[in-house]
Design a protein around this ligand. Structure first.
Ligand code: GCO
Ligand code: MN
Ligand code: MN
Length: 389
């Protein structure tokens, strides 16, 4: 029998070069795994059933590499993609590793740093387009502060807006068919980062010159670091047609960004988010922005990557089983029951509807006495999740 949870190309799972390529370096210790070259990472991902690979400019081309070297590296990478049938759906810019970006990039106080950040991003966009990317991610990296003395927060927003406007105009001028996806994170590596949540990004997007080109890339860990519900972030983005990309991983509460294997820390939150993505018909890539435990060797990295994808597929199956369960269906039908008796006042506003509503008598005591059966419903979800139903 074929394994229904075996990841395959058609599932559209993607990983960043920086995720499976993470050699385990952290703030307290050195690398623990060999640094695999990008073509080797392409082979590794193809071997575990991924659909594509995403990258920062510097994951592929070292910072400051001369043009000839860049072209050689890109050609070799493209050959590896062709040989293994992998795509590059998303690309992004590293605007955080080099010392020049220690005060941020688009929001840095030094105008020369801001201009350099724009130039680096334009070149990285050219690289992404050359590799066939259709989504371009902007994660703020160091766009923040340790002290409010450092930057005027209103000015910082204006700078960030200027940069995004400049880059949308650049893409339109060049005829690039790219959509931008803004990724929020509340903190790390700066003490506080601007536009810290997906909701903040969504409000900001409406202030841009070309909001139609710009959506979001919510990340599980980042919303959880802010103590927020990830499915709500997804829903707000989806409802505005702004869910352009998603970063799947896991996180144990508000602490440093852990980038854990998808579903490994909060399987229940992962269950709800998979159910959401599948039920609304999200068609973008399912991107894993996570990395293997520092205890792992390269085989452990494969275990990690397979684990992310298998857990997604298992949760998808569990969510379908939950929604097909007749007891769940009955409970949900009862919750959604509507006898139409309020439809005259719950439609669009009109003076007549307002008059009708002001004159209506309600029975708040009776309404308040109702039990909603959410305990039973949630227990059913838990039992499906735990595999006993
Ligand atoms: C992080 C971020 C990054 C971004 C990546 C792509 O917390 O480090 O999640 O991994 O997703 O830079 O923009
Ligand atoms: Mn992250
Ligand atoms: Mn991310």
């Amino acid at each position: 029998m074929t394994d229904p949870f075996e990841p395959r190309r058609e599932h559209r799972f993607t990983f960043g070069l920086w995720t499976v390529g993470n050699p385990g370096r952290d703030a307290f210790g050195a690398a623990v795994r060999p640094t695999l070259r990008p073509p080797e990472l392409v082979a590794l991902l193809a071997g575990v059933g991924a659909y594509g690979v995403n990258l920062h400019d510097e994951d592929l081309v070292p910072f400051g590499a001369p043009a000839a070297e860049r072209d050689r590296i890109v050609a070799e990478f493209k050959r590896a993609l062709d040989d293994h049938g992998l795509r590059v759906p998303m690309a992004t810019t590293n605007l955080f590793s080099q010392p020049v970006f220690k005060d941020g990039a688009f929001t840095a106080n030094d105008p020369a740093v801001r201009a350099f950040a724009l130039q680096k991003t334009m070149r990285a966009i050219e690289l992404g387009v050359e590799l066939g990317a259709s989504t371009y991610v902007f994660w703020g990296g160091r766009e923040g502060v340790e002290t409010q003395a450092a930057k005027d927060p209103v000015e910082a927003l204006k700078r960030f807006r200027h940069a995004l406007n400049f880059l949308t105009h650049f893409c339109r001028d060049r005829g690039y068919d790219l959509r931008f996806a803004l990724e929020a994170k509340p903190n790390e590596p700066r003490a506080d980062i601007y536009l810290p949540t997906t909701g903040a990004m969504l409000a900001f997007i409406e202030t841009l010159d070309h909001p139609e080109m710009v959506g979001v890339n919510p990340e599980v860990a980042h919303e959880h670091m802010a103590g927020l519900d990830f499915t709500h972030a997804l829903a707000q983005a989806w409802e505005r047609g702004k869910l352009f990309h998603v970063d799947l991983n896991d996180q144990q509460g508000p602490r440093y960004d852990q980038d854990l294997r998808f579903g490994s820390a909060n399987p229940k939150a992962a269950f709800w988010l998979v159910r959401f993505l599948e039920s609304v018909g999200y068609e973008g890539p399912r991107h894993f922005d996570a990395h293997a435990y520092r205890t792992e060797d390269v085989e452990g990295v494969r275990d990690f990557a397979r684990g992310c994808m298998r857990t997604y597929l298992i949760l998808r199956e569990r969510a379908r089983a939950f929604d097909a369960d007749s007891e769940v269906r009955d409970l949900l039908a009862a919750l959604r029951a509507d006898d139409g008796s309020q439809s005259d006042v719950l439609g669009a506003y009109s003076p007549a509807a307002a008059r009708a509503l002001l004159g209506r008598r309600f029975e708040p005591a009776a309404l308040g006495a109702r039990g909603y059966r959410y305990e039973r419903l949630d227990q059913l979800a838990v039992e499906h999740l735990l595999g006993v139903r």
